[in-house]
Design a protein around this ligand. Structure first.
Ligand SMILES: Nc1ncnc2c1ncn2[C@@H]1O[C@H](COP(=O)(O)OP(=O)(O)OP(=O)(O)O)[C@@H](O)[C@H]1O
Ligand SMILES: [Mg+2]
Length: 496
């Protein structure tokens, strides 16, 4: 039988990077095909070629046996190809319905916009996804997870026969991801062929039929999921066995020194949340997406209004009126949404790394020799895959952009760092390196608050854990023999 999709010997180079070097991929109708590889392996590039966003240097795309070439995404959509983009493609000031039907508005027989029909279609898709969200507000007012669902709904509304899902679960809770998987299984029954990209290997086993692995732009191989296991996949991806997922922590935090003490009351009627942070400690903020962890740190550093707060930093009362003030006081935040808050995308890697130091002159930055050396060391330390330090950040792969944000925080003079989902979209090998870097920061006396939705990460990395539910701290757990069940019990009120 002719396969639904065949990518044959696809090659693509960018200045200084051979992104794809002869990649093959075959997807059958009704198949969910995982595309795996480390950050920068070429996954998104291959999918953008399939969708007409990039043109291949050579190679062939066949759909149902016919050779195709798309000069833009529109042409791909017309041939039944849809993609959920890794980096959001939503227009921030439009609402969910307007975003879903942008440039494909449904019109009635008078040629006027049929708003009720579009809305009904959107409602239907969100129902299939078991998602409730406000469809009347600009999407920028929605949470990151809700925006992700709008992105997913937009692709589903295309009724594509080939659907690409580029890290759709990175911002979702396991429960939310499960809803998406149900929809994917339904689509499989309808004969849709899917390419699914994720750094969560357990998801691959939950939902995929076949797995193709790329490494550094090379095709490594294709295996049926049923005949594979995590160790084999990691070895195919990384090219070596990955040691210790969580590096051993040699430092014990100094519990006699409280670097930060905070009492935060977000609204007049809400309870007060009190917490403290020890010197050299990694304090975990666990909980579900939307449980109030990000809001609490935003209130702390003055990025979000709150009714009342009392903060003591190194024993001195301080106000932290806004993030710039917090930074002056030595508190830095690595934000959850790197594209909108974390990076200046058209700037180079090196400008982004040195941003906090020279915010005012960043655009005309001229690096001294010493600075160039520091930047080079940082790029190496976090393993940013980039042709050089002057490459624009928006040409890096998603995971490598995240590494640049981390590199920036290593290059600072803060005493408290807040990492909001620091390893989202980061591959297995690089995750361990980032944990190691966090340990090194604490060894320098820096204290860290880490927000994470990944329980193994909370358990493997943190010295102490605060669990959030419905906007507030509901439990404090000392990380001696904590298990996922205990955390989930507090986070949801139920066990796993
Ligand atoms: N527009 C571009 N200009 C220059 N280089 C690019 C461009 N797009 C991608 N690259 C480079 O191509 C390589 C592959 O990137 P790609 O985004 O495909 O990786 P990926 O496998 O999707 O990684 P991740 O898991 O981090 O999302 C990277 O080295 C990246 O820097
Ligand atoms: Mg990618």
């Amino acid at each position: 039988m002719t396969p639904l999709l065949q990518l044959k010997q696809i090659k693509k180079s960018f200045p200084g990077v051979k992104a794809l070097d002869g990649i093959n991929l075959t997807v059958a109708s009704g198949e969910i095909h995982a595309l795996l590889g480390e950050n920068g392996a070429g996954k998104s590039t291959l999918m953008k070629i399939l969708c007409g966003i990039y043109q291949p240097d050579s190679g062939e795309i066949c759909i149902e046996g016919k050779s195709r070439s798309f000069s833009n995404y529109r042409e791909a959509i017309d041939s039944g190809v849809g993609i959920i983009f890794q980096e959001f493609s939503l227009i921030p000031y439009l609402n969910a319905v307007e975003n879903i039907f942008l440039n494909r508005e449904i019109k009635n027989s008078f040629g006027l916009l049929d708003r009720s029909k579009m809305r009904a279609k959107a409602v239907n898709i969100f129902k299939r996804l078991s998602v409730t969200l406000d469809m009347d507000v600009p999407v920028e007012q929605l949470s990151v997870a809700q925006q992700q669902f709008v992105e997913i709904a937009k692709a589903l509304s295309l009724d594509a026969k080939i659907l690409v899902l580029d890290e759709p679960t990175a911002t979702l809770t396991p429960g939310e991801a499960e809803h998406l998987f149900c929809v994917m299984r339904d689509l499989r029954l309808l004969g849709v062929g899917m390419v699914f990209i994720s750094h969560h290997l357990e998801e691959i086993f939950q939902v995929c039929d076949t797995i193709t692995v790329l490494r550094d732009g090379q095709y490594i191989g294709t295996v049926p999921t049923a005949e594979s296991d995590i160790n084999q996949l990691v070895e195919m991806m990384v090219g070596r066995k990955v040691e210790q997922a969580f590096p051993i922590r040699s430092l014990k935090p100094d519990r006699s020194v409280k670097v930060l003490e905070a009492t935060i009351q977000r609204t007049k009627t809400s309870p007060k949340d009190c917490f403290h942070l020890h010197k050299g400690e990694i304090l975990g903020f666990a909980g579900l997406v939307g449980s109030g962890r990000t809001e609490t740190v935003c209130a702390l550093i003055g990025a979000q209004r709150c009714f009342q707060k009392t903060i003591s930093l190194h024993g001195k009362t301080t106000r932290l009126s806004d993030p710039a003030h917090a930074l002056e006081q030595g508190i830095g935040l690595l934000p959850e949404s790197r594209k909108t808050e974390g990076l200046v995308l058209p700037f180079s890697v090196s400008q982004n790394i040195t941003l906090n130091r020279h915010e005012k002159i960043a655009s005309i930055l001229i690096h001294s020799k010493k600075e160039r050396l520091i930047v080079r060391q940082l790029i190496k330390a976090v393993g940013v895959k980039t042709p050089n330090a002057e490459t624009a950040v928006n040409t890096l792969s998603g995971g490598n952009q995240q590494k640049v944000v981390i590199a920036r925080w290593l290059n600072n003079t803060c005493s408290v760092l807040i990492f909001d989902e620091p390893t989202r979209g980061i591959d297995v090998g690089a995750k361990a390196e980032i944990y190691q870097l966090m340990h090194e920061l604490t060894e320098k006396g820096i204290s860290i608050i880490m927000i994470s939705s990944e329980l193994p990460e909370i358990i493997g990395v943190c010295d102490r854990v605060l669990v959030f539910r419905d906007g507030h701290i509901v439990a404090e757990l000392d990380n001696q023999g904590i298990d996922s069940n205990t955390i989930m019990l507090h986070a949801t009120g139920n066990t796993l």
